[in-house]
Design a protein around this ligand. Structure first.
Ligand SMILES: NC(=O)c1ccc[n+]([C@@H]2O[C@H](COP(=O)([O-])OP(=O)(O)OC[C@H]3O[C@@H](n4cnc5c(N)ncnc54)[C@H](O)[C@@H]3O)[C@@H](O)[C@H]2O)c1
Length: 274
C-alpha cells in the first residue's frame, strides 16, 4: 500500500510503531506531510526509527506534494487546522482520507466543504470510531431515525486544566465528581474544542450535533478518560462505558484511538474487513 499521513505527532508515531510491529510486509511507500519546521526532524526519525515500515519514504509540506506520491489512502492525525488546510484537496483528487480530528467537523462550513470535496472527487471521508466504541450500531440505528443519544465524558480533574472547566470549578480541590458542562454536542465542541472528538463522532454517527446531549465531568475517581453513552431508538437500546488508558506520549489522547486508525489501514490491506 502507498500511505499518506498528515502530522507526525503522538498518534502518527504510535501508529507507525504499531504498523512496524503488525504488518506482514512493509508498505510500498509512506509520504508524511508536516509543518515546514518539522521536516528535518521527521526525516531523521523516519530513517532511524521507522525504516522497516515502508520501502520508500517522502516528507512533504503541502497537499499537492503529498498527492504527487500517489497515496492510496491518507490518514490525518494533526488537528483542526490541518484538516482545513489539506483534507479538501486530497478528497478532491479522489483519495480517501481518514480523519482523526473529527471534532473539526463540528465547524459546519468545514463539514460541508469536506462532503462536497469527497463527492466531487469520488472519494470517501472515513471517520474512525477513535476513542469510543459501538459507533457501528449507532450509525446503523441512525438510519431508522428517532434516536436519543446522551454522552458523558469524565476525566480526572487536572486533565481538564487549560479548558473553561477551570473557571467553573477549583480542579485541584475536588473530592467528588462535578458536572461542569451540559449542552448539545455543537455547544460542547465550541466550548471545549480540544475535547470535541468523541462528542462529534457520536453526533455524526447518530442524531446530529444539535440533538446529541453532552455532559462533561471532572471526577477524582475516574480511572482515565471515561466515555459513557446511552442510545434509545425505536429499534434497540444500549449503553456503553469505555475506560481508556492515556497514550504514553500524550495524556489527552486515548491509546485506543491509535488502534482504531490501525484497524482502518489493516481493513484496507487484509483479505477481510471487520
Ligand atoms: N477521534 C478521536 O477519538 C481522537 C482522540 C484523540 C485525539 N484525536 C485528535 O487527533 C489529533 C492528533 O492528536 P495527537 O495526540 O497526535 O497530537 P500531537 O499534538 O501529538 O500531534 C499533532 C501533530 O500535528 C502537527 N501539525 C499541526 N498542524 C499541522 C499542519 N497544518 N500540517 C501538518 N502537521 C501539523 C504538529 O506539528 C504535531 O506534530 C488531534 O487533533 C486530536 O484532537 C482524536
Amino acid at each position: 500500500m502507498r500511505l499518506g499521513m498528515i502530522g507526525f505527532g503522538n498518534i502518527a508515531q504510535t501508529l507507525l510503531t504499531q504498523l512496524k510491529q503488525t504488518l506482514d510486509a512493509p508498505l510500498e511507500h509512506l509520504a508524511v506531510l508536516v509543518l515546514p519546521e518539522m521536516v528535518d526532524e521527521t526525516e531523521a526519525r523516519l530513517t532511524s526509527e521507522f525504516a522497516s515500515v515502508a520501502g520508500e519514504f517522502a516528507v512533504v509540506t503541502d497537499a499537492q506534494a503529498l498527492l504527487s506520491h500517489r497515496p492510496e489512502l491518507v490518514v490525518e492525525c494533526a488537528g483542526h487546522a490541518a484538516v482545513l488546510a489539506h483534507a479538501p484537496s486530497v478528497l478532491h483528487a479522489g483519495i480517501d482520507v481518514v480523519i482523526v480530528s473529527i471534532g473539526a467537523l463540528s465547524d459546519e462550513a468545514l463539514e460541508k466543504e469536506l462532503r462536497a470535496a469527497a463527492s466531487a472527487g469520488g472519494a470517501r471521508l472515513i471517520l474512525p470510531a477513535g476513542a469510543v466504541g459501538g459507533v457501528d450500531l449507532l450509525a446503523a440505528l441512525g438510519a431508522a431515525g428517532g434516536l436519543e443519544v446522551r454522552y458523558r465524558g469524565s476525566k480526572p480533574p487536572l486533565a481538564w486544566s487549560g479548558t473553561p472547566a477551570e473557571q467553573a470549578l477549583d480542579l485541584g480541590a475536588l473530592d467528588d465528581a462535578a458536572i461542569f458542562f451540559r449542552g448539545t454536542a455543537r455547544e460542547a465542541a465550541r466550548e471545549f474544542p480540544k475535547n470535541a472528538n468523541v462528542a462529534a463522532t457520536l453526533a455524526l454517527a447518530g442524531a446530529g450535533f444539535e440533538a446529541t446531549q453532552v455532559e462533561l465531568v471532572a471526577d477524582p475517581a475516574a480511572p482515565g478518560n471515561v466515555h459513557e453513552y446511552s442510545v434509545v431508538s425505536p429499534l434497540a437500546k444500549y449503553t456503553m462505558r469505555i475506560e481508556n488508558l492515556p497514550s504514553a506520549g500524550n495524556a489527552k489522547t486515548s491509546v485506543s484511538t491509535v488502534y482504531s486508525v490501525l484497524r482502518e489501514i489493516r481493513n484496507r490491506i487484509g483479505p477481510v474487513a471487520i
